[in-house]
Design a protein around this ligand. Structure first.
Ligand SMILES: Cc1cc2nc3c(=O)[nH]c(=O)nc-3n(C[C@H](O)[C@H](O)[C@H](O)COP(=O)(O)OP(=O)(O)OC[C@H]3O[C@@H](n4cnc5c(N)ncnc54)[C@H](O)[C@@H]3O)c2cc1C
Length: 474
């Protein structure tokens, strides 16, 4: 008899949209065993090729069915340093689950029947965390004389730091913000990734001897040359923290935010805990969020919660120029947003913001669209219908339409080669940049990606760094 997929338990939509507590509660042991038992243990497991870091998914699921959670944890950790984080945020429906043989051929994302690999990964990761399982440290005496500087404390920087510190290298992370974690802290809200999970991983690195220096802007406070002279090697995990704008009239009106600014104020500056934290954020009666990716979804769900917290009847809408099928956001996030009351307006192209006398946004003038032929992303292109102008009321507008490379360091380092998007160019074999001994990974290489992709690049870079260090005579 066909076994039905087991979904993770979730907080009820009307209750969870009143706060920033975690929405998905994950599996208990019974759920994990039932879901793992659905895996047919294929001879040629395609799911592994769908994982950007190649976790042996078949093996760890088998270990779950054997109730050997410790072995499952170590199997995952061979490839992925932060399973509790990835089990919560990986877009599995576009990666391992899409490649699962139970997904119907040709589907744009995983079928419902595909094994819920991400929930199983989270179960195992949380087991490892609560049982304080630590992967063996293979310190290499010959590496302990080396110091590596890591710029940026997002998943790329943190992963590279862990890989090097476990081998005995002295690591210092330099982070421009006052807290570490990158997008995991300032972008992804706590209702998706509770901060105790992130803190646990960062504290573990500190226990390994990694030093974290915050409020340090590399490129301003020290140049790359200076860091390269002080340290034996440097890793750049600068991310893609610069928001894109539409370039339309009225974009500079008050209360038009980039999603990054809005989320940073809410998550990093704790606006959702005002007045406990003295850093509120403006929130209005009609919020529109423009975009269809994870950033837009996070901004919309955070804005709706902020309306609830401030006693405003929730009215938050997504404005997107294609349809739901083309939205790049995680499917779960789209479902959650809908359940929580976020409205979706598809096939709409923003044209102009208009404001009131005091310079704050009041309306978004838009055009209707229809879908045309696919573009280079494979998604059908939105085609504007001329003369279809209409207006939407809004007193807060949030733009979540894409992110670009952070150029604070690269713009003052001409020796560091970048491409037309200002992303750092690396040798794909070892992630070394055009500057000898300087490596890079994550969103600063190849643009906006995913947490697991950033970690995959960082892991490869850490191997490149170790090889580089082992050739230095000291
Ligand atoms: C709102 C949002 C939601 C997302 N949701 C998901 C999701 O659900 N799943 C998923 O897989 N991916 C998601 N992503 C994408 C994912 O978070 C990124 O791909 C990932 O964080 C990239 O990691 P990184 O380490 O390269 O960069 P980042 O996480 O951006 O970290 C870079 C760090 O470098 C620091 N920095 C930059 N320049 C300097 C400098 N000159 N000196 C010192 N420090 C510097 C920055 O302050 C930052 O802390 C999301 C992204 C956003 C913005």
């Amino acid at each position: 008899m066909k076994k039905e997929p087991i979904l993770a338990k979730e907080a009820e939509a009307s209750a969870r949209s009143l706060n920033f507590s975690e929405v998905v509660k994950g599996y208990d042991e019974k759920d994990a065993l039932s879901e793992a038992s659905r895996c047919i243990q294929c001879k040629n497991p395609t799911c592994i090729s769908g994982c950007p870091v190649g976790i042996n998914i078949k093996k760890f699921i088998h270990e779950i069915t054997d109730k050997d959670y410790k072995a499952a944890y170590f199997t995952i950790r061979e490839k992925n340093d932060f399973p509790s984080i990835c089990g919560r945020v990986c877009p599995a429906e576009y990666q391992c689950r899409k490649a699962c043989v139970l997904t119907k051929k040709g589907s744009p994302f995983a079928s419902k029947d595909a094994i819920n690999i991400h929930f199983l990964e989270r179960f195992v990761g949380d087991y490892g965390m609560s049982n304080k399982l630590e992967i063996p440290i293979k310190k290499d005496a010959s590496l302990s004389k080396f110091k590596v500087a890591i710029v940026g404390s997002g998943p790329a920087g943190l992963c590279c730091a862990g890989e090097l510190a476990r081998r005995g290298v002295k690591v210092v992370i330099f982070e421009s913000l006052h807290q570490s974690g990158g997008v995991l802290r300032y972008g992804i809200p706590p209702f998706r990734l509770p901060r105790n999970i992130l803190d646990f991983e960062i504290n573990y690195l500190k226990k390994l001897g990694v030093e974290v220096v915050t409020n340090f802007i590399a490129g301003r406070m020290k140049t790359l040359d200076e860091l390269s002279q002080e340290y034996d090697s440097v890793f750049l995990g600068l991310g893609a923290g610069v928001p894109s704008f539409l370039g339309i009239k009225g974009e500079t009106l008050g209360n038009v935010y980039s999603a990054n600014e809005f989320l940073t104020r809410v998550n990093l500056m704790n606006a959702y805990k005002f007045p406990e934290y003295h850093t509120p954020v403006n929130i209005g009666k009609s919020v529109i969020v423009i975009g269809g990716g994870n950033t837009a979804m996070d901004a919309a769900r955070a804005a709706l919660r902020m309306q609830n917290i401030n006693g405003i009847s929730p009215n938050t809408s997504i404005v997107y120029r294609r349809t739901e099928v083309e939205m790049p956001a995680r499917r779960l996030e789209i479902e959650h947003a809908k359940e929580e009351g976020v409205k979706f307006n598809f096939l709409i192209q923003p044209k102009e913001f208009t404001g009131g006398e005091k310079g704050f946004v009041r309306k978004l003038r838009c055009l209707k669209c229809e879908l045309g032929l696919p573009d280079e992303s494979g998604r059908r292109r939105p085609v504007v219908i001329e003369g279809s102008d209409f207006e939407i009321d809004c007193d807060i507008a949030i733009l979540g339409i894409g992110l670009k490379a952070n150029q604070v360091l690269t713009s003052v380092t001409p020796s560091l080669k970048t491409d037309k998007y200002s992303d750092v160019i690396v040798n794909p074999d070892n992630m070394e940049t055009s500057v000898k001994g300087v490596f890079a990974g994550g969103d600063i290489v190849g643009g906006e990606g995913t947490v697991i992709e950033a970690m995959g690049m960082a892991k490869k870079a850490s191997k490149g760094i170790i090889e580089y260090l082992s050739k230095i005579k000291k």
